[in-house]
Write a protein that binds this ligand. Structure first.
Ligand SMILES: Cc1cc2nc3c(=O)[nH]c(=O)nc-3n(C[C@H](O)[C@H](O)[C@H](O)COP(=O)(O)OP(=O)(O)OC[C@H]3O[C@@H](n4cnc5c(N)ncnc54)[C@H](O)[C@@H]3O)c2cc1C
Ligand SMILES: *[C@@H]1O[C@H](CO)[C@@H](O)[C@H](O)[C@H]1NC(C)=O
Ligand SMILES: *[C@@H]1O[C@H](CO)[C@@H](O)[C@H](O)[C@H]1NC(C)=O
Ligand SMILES: *[C@@H]1O[C@H](CO)[C@@H](O)[C@H](O)[C@H]1NC(C)=O
Ligand SMILES: *[C@@H]1O[C@H](CO)[C@@H](O)[C@H](O)[C@H]1NC(C)=O
Length: 338
């Protein structure tokens, strides 16, 4: 009997989950249902710097965060070192993390290099921040990586349906297992009151003369510059609980001011466009099996959402776990039918 699996969501989490299910259960017939694809998703706008950090990922045990970081790193760094680096939008890069307050971190065990700067090195960088790191990591460009994932998925027979769901109940009887990767919309689709947005806004600029990234945590702000192949991303802000996807011009001015103050080399960079997005935040990220009671029926669901500020970095690892859970649910249903 053919196993029918539905993945709700075509952001980075949904696509990664679908591909991992294909790998684990080759015989499964998989359908992605979503109402936003590619550039229209939250995922597409992200900076994509690989730097899972404890300060932004709350409620996940450190051992799990380390395990996820290592699994995801293995994936993204292999792509960045392969002949698919450009087509998949993954590149090895260097840059600086500069902080007023030192944040505990574990990435020296994970990424290529996470080197603490001495006081002297910080001074030579003209940095006012007390703490700094010199990092070699990977930047994933979501606008390139999402289409790459979609191509892989379709090459392996994956189906795609454009549709807006109002309840997972609509899927009862149609699929054996559902992977729910609906991001912030879990608030409405399944009534999860613990998910909330952290609004971000950023500017895309032309600054090809700046090659490395900067991630500067100062005065309660995060000001960052992340170079993509065709433009520089300059951010940002973190507005908890704010659902607005409109651009705030005053905030744009503030981001530009902070950016040029901290990275004077940005002077002369032309603005291409701006973007605001909502980080789907949940404490903790939800990667979990559930047998959902929907009306008079039950639906086997694996949830995978709430990745907040680290959804690009952690997408692959949480997808590996979610696919494993889908497989367990498929197994349990085939046993119950014997
Ligand atoms: C400004 C900004 C900068 C960021 N920078 C980084 C970074 O540098 N590194 C990093 O790791 N992360 C970063 N992130 C976070 C990252 O973008 C998110 O964590 C990640 O994109 C979440 O992916 P997702 O697939 O869960 O959600 P989404 O991309 O939002 O996808 C959700 C999917 O679910 C579908 N869906 C939802 N509800 C329904 C429904 N009812 N019916 C049908 N389909 C539905 C949507 O159509 C969509 O396809 C950043 C975020 C922002 C806003
Ligand atoms: C997505 O956005 C990028 C950058 O703006 C653009 O180059 C690309 O063509 C867009 N993709 C689609 C499918 O529109
Ligand atoms: C990767 O880096 C190289 C060298 O800087 C650049 O030419 C290329 O466009 C980058 N690719 C991506 C996908 O960012
Ligand atoms: C950053 O670290 C690399 C090694 O990981 C080293 O070669 C380089 O000199 C360092 N740069 C600074 C400014 O510390
Ligand atoms: C949400 O953010 C926007 C853009 O910065 C701002 O204009 C608006 O006042 C904020 N709304 C709330 C409720 O804070």
């Amino acid at each position: 009997m053919m196993v029918r699996v539905c993945v709700v969501g075509a952001g980075i989490v949904g696509l990664s989950t679908a591909i991992n299910i294909q790998r684990l259960i080759p015989a499964a017939q998989i359908t992605i249902i979503a109402n936003k694809f590619g550039n229209d998703t939250t995922s597409a706008g992200a900076g994509g710097l690989f730097r899972p950090n404890l300060g932004h990922i709350k409620g996940v045990p450190i051992d799990t965060l380390k395990r996820w970081s290592k699994i995801s790193w293995q994936h993204f760094s292999s792509l960045a070192l392969s002949s698919e680096a450009s087509s998949s939008g993954n590149n090895v890069t260097n840059g600086f993390v500069l902080q007023d307050t030192e944040e505990p971190q574990f990435l020296n065990e994970v990424i290529f290099s996470y080197h603490k700067l001495s006081r002297d090195e910080l001074q030579r960088l003209n940095s006012n921040q007390k703490h700094g790191y010199n990092i070699t990591t990977v930047i994933t460009e979501p606008k390139k990586y999402l289409p790459w994932l979609m191509r892989k998925y379709k090459e392996h027979g994956g189906q795609v349906v454009f549709r807006t769901l109002t309840s997972l109940e609509e899927l009862c009887g149609q699929y054996d297992v559902v992977a729910n990767c609906c991001g912030l919309n879990a608030k409405y689709l399944i009534g999860d009151e613990s998910i909330y947005p952290i609004r971000g806004q950023l500017i895309r600029m032309r600054a090809p003369w700046i090659r490395g990234f900067y991630y500067i945590e100062h005065d309660g702000y995060s000001t960052y510059a992340v170079p993509h192949a065709d433009y520089m991303i300059l951010g940002g802000c973190r507005q908890e609980g704010n659902f607005s996807e409109e651009i705030d011009p005053a905030l744009t001015e503030d981001i530009l001011r902070r950016g040029k103050e901290k990275i004077p080399g940005l002077e002369g960079a032309k603005v291409i466009d701006e973007w605001a997005g909502l980080r789907p935040t949940r404490i903790p990220i939800r990667v979990e099996k559930e047998s959902m009671k929907l009306g008079s029926r039950t639906l086997k669901v694996v949830h995978n959402y709430g990745h907040g500020a680290n959804g690009i970095s952690l997408s692959w690892a949480t997808a590996v776990d979610a696919a494993q859970m889908v497989n367990e649910l498929v197994d349990s249903s085939s046993h119950s039918k014997l």
